[in-house]
Design a binder for this molecule. Structure first.
Ligand code: DQA
Length: 146
């Protein structure tokens, strides 16, 4: 069973985007690291990035029946996209919400995640390790299934 990693808006600029907050790794670096981790456990993994809410929603819909786990960094949509929340509630794939930064110790408007109530869990504040921990969990759960 496959894992899908979805990166939301502005994450394509990682590496140069506010490196003091998000670190110096590019999205490509992150994806390569995760691909390696997945390969070590014989798990297939795909990656998607979009700056567009609708494209993320379409991708969530199309993931049905294709993926056993989704790792989602919805970027700023995390804080206000009821449409992405509704899409997550509509699909029956477990989703792990991730953030590079600890959203709870940043600006007030980042403290609230409108998607948190409809995901399996949230990991934030650990940079690349937020994604790697999410992938570790996804792999363990998928391997338990078969
Ligand atoms: C982020 C946190 C969000 O508040 C922000 O809008 C992002 C990135 C993170 O990974 O830390 O774009 O999701």
């Amino acid at each position: 069973n496959k894992v899908l990693v979805i990166h939301g808006p502005n994450l394509n600029l990682l590496g140069t985007r506010e490196p003091e907050i998000y670190g110096s790794m590019t999205m490509q670096d992150i994806n390569e690291d995760l691909a390696k981790q997945a390969k070590e456990h014989n798990i297939k993994i795909d990656f998607f990035q979009s700056n567009h809410e609708g494209a993320i929603i379409d991708t969530l819909h199309n993931a049905r029946g294709q993926y056993g786990y989704i790792i989602l960094n919805a970027g700023a949509f995390t804080h206000y996209s009821i449409a992405i929340r509704d899409a997550l509630a509509a699909i029956d794939i477990p989703v792990i919400e991730v953030h590079l930064s600890n959203i709870h110790k940043r600006e007030e408007f980042r403290h609230h995640s409108v998607i948190a109530p409809v995901v399996e869990g949230q990991i934030c504040g650990f940079g690349l390790e937020s994604y790697k921990s999410a992938l570790f969990i996804a792999i363990s759960r998928l391997q338990k299934e078969d």
